[in-house]
Design a protein around this ligand. Structure first.
Ligand code: P6P
Length: 356
């Protein structure tokens, strides 16, 4: 019988490798794992329990808020706003920084998260996910500030996601590899099921929403045709898989090899700078991708090197096997000068620390 390794024991084992570790990050990861169990149990009951349909409210982006979005967000806030481990938080469901009470605000870390990514898929029973990133605090006041939250992804302390699918999995990295844990419902424990996850050498899939193809740039159109093997380069075509849940598409590509593509749009498209949010979606999958031997780009350069300017800043995103992401950059560099011209000023905007 293989050794039962719970996430708690694994995190403690990993902590032992850092003698000066104080256990704060370890306990923060426990908190996130517990929040994931609570959210998972509510999702399993969805449609059976009293949480049905949309909450009737809209989130900061004018998107219909499913009650489970609200529930997941509240679980994460309540799990973390009084532990003394965090100095501030940011969430897709909150327009502004989530303040931590000064008496708890001296934490060494800040947490950025999307509580329920892909939530429009909930009531059609397609996998959804929670995405989280943890930065080390860089300010020293009584509570955390935007400056702590608007850091490049390269300096992340932890990044991870939970996928609520046929099983519930928690995948995370602290910068020493990517490790996956599957929730054993009979034990109520996340058990190590995927140690040291790496993108397979040979990719099988690409994920993109062809419904937006008319707004893709010339370079991205050519790139996707290359992925489909239509340029006669002899490379085997990749199969197309797209669920509309970043976590589900990214997770499949991590396990089977592939690339997720959500580019910036032109020609009347309403997403010139992409759709994904840099701070609480893009940075997390980019950090995990690099730790798993892959990479992430906005079409210009590494997504982890972008200095965020606002909490809800969007980013184009090509993430997955390294050579597939490298290829995307080559096509954008060769064919997409017009799009680059309008995107670069957005990408390079100074961090707006005083505003959202
Ligand atoms: P589209 C979900 O809303 C999300 O942010 C990601 O999870 C997902 O990859 C993307 O949007 C889907 O967007 O435009 O293809 O529906």
């Amino acid at each position: 019988m293989t050794q039962l390794m719970t996430i708690e024991r694994f995190i403690l084992q990993q902590q032992a490798r850092f003698p000066d570790a104080t256990g704060t990050l370890t306990n923060l990861l426990y908190d996130i794992a517990l929040a994931a169990k609570l959210i998972a149990s509510e999702i399993r009951r969805f449609g059976l329990g009293d949480i049905v349909g949309a909450a009737g409210t809209e989130n900061v982006h004018g998107e219909r808020q499913q009650k489970l979005d609200v529930f997941a967000d509240e679980v994460i806030v309540r799990m973390n706003d009084h532990t003394g481990r965090l100095a501030a938080m940011a969430s897709e469901e909150h327009e502004e920084i989530i303040e931590v009470a000064p008496r708890y605000g001296s934490g060494k870390y800040v947490l950025l998260y999307d509580p329920l990514d892909g939530s429009s898929n909930i009531d059609v029973n397609v996998s959804v996910g929670t995405i989280f990133s943890v930065h080390r605090r860089i300010t020293s006041g009584p509570v955390g500030t935007l400056q702590d939250l608007l850091q490049p992804g390269r300096s992340l302390a932890v990044a991870g996601y939970v996928i609520y699918g046929s099983s519930t999995m928690l995948v995370y990295s602290t910068g020493t590899g990517v490790h996956g844990f599957t929730l054993d419902l009979s034990l109520g424990e996340f058990l190590l099921s995927h140690p040291n996850m790496r993108f397979p050498e040979k990719p099988l899939y690409y994920s993109a929403n062809h419904g937006h193809e008319k707004h893709w740039t010339p370079g991205v159109r050519r790139y996707v045709k290359e992925l489909q093997g239509l340029h006669g380069t002899g490379k085997p075509p990749l199969s197309h898989r797209y669920t509309g849940s970043l976590v589900a598409d990214f997770h499949r590509n991590l396990l089977r090899g592939g690339v997720f593509v959500y580019p910036g749009e032109v020609g009347g498209g309403d997403k010139p700078n992409g759709k994904l949010r840099l701070t609480y979606e893009g940075q997390a999958v980019a950090f995990i991708a690099e730790q798993a031997g892959g990479r992430a780009s906005d079409g210009i350069g590494d997504l982890l090197d972008i200095q965020p300017h606002t909490l809800h800043q969007r980013t184009p995103c090509f993430v997955g096997n390294k050579e597939l992401v490298d290829q995307a950059e080559e096509f954008v560099a060769q064919y997409d000068h017009e799009w680059r011209g309008q995107y670069l000023p957005y990408r390079q905007r100074e961090a707006q620390l005083g505003t959202r």
